[in-house]
Design a protein around this ligand. Sequence first.
Ligand code: HEC
Length: 142
Amino acid sequence: MKRPHFRHLCLSVIALTIDVAIADEPAPGQVSFAEDIKPLLTEKCVHCHNRKTLPEVFSFESAKRAFVTLKSGREVIVPGEPEKSLLIIALKSPHGHEKAMPMVGPRPTEDDIELLSEWIKQGAEWPSGPAGRIRPPFRATE
Ligand code: HEC
């Protein structure tokens, strides 16, 4: 009676291998930090989320300042896990973020949120050094 069981196990392993192989294929829509994420954060977030305007919250000026755990104990960006990333949670529940009203500048669209979510899912690659530095086009004043 051992054999059928063994065969079943083999099939599972094969199925699993196929699954992993599919998951490993590069996604057709690979999100680029330089081309997609940096412009989005520059246009819609960093004029508030910089060290001068919101010293008590967090800044999108560099990876070092953006990959942080807030006082609430929640992480802004959890690579690979958009549903655990406060960045996505905050944008998906606009009320949570509208405490910051009146919002200054353009608001993120559904597509923007989808893009950020996909970027986090793909590992939230954010280079260090000048390539990863984001400068506020202007600074919102509170
Ligand atoms: C008009 C200024 C402003 C803009 C623009 C802005 N934020 Fe915020 N954000 C705030 C303020 C103020 C807080 C802290 C108060 C709060 O929790 O609402 C905050 C908090 C957050 C938090 C933490 C929420 C929490 O529950 O602690 C996240 C994440 C966040 N912002 C992401 C973003 C992203 C991403 C963008 C760009 C799409 C953005 N913000 C644009 C002002 C702004």
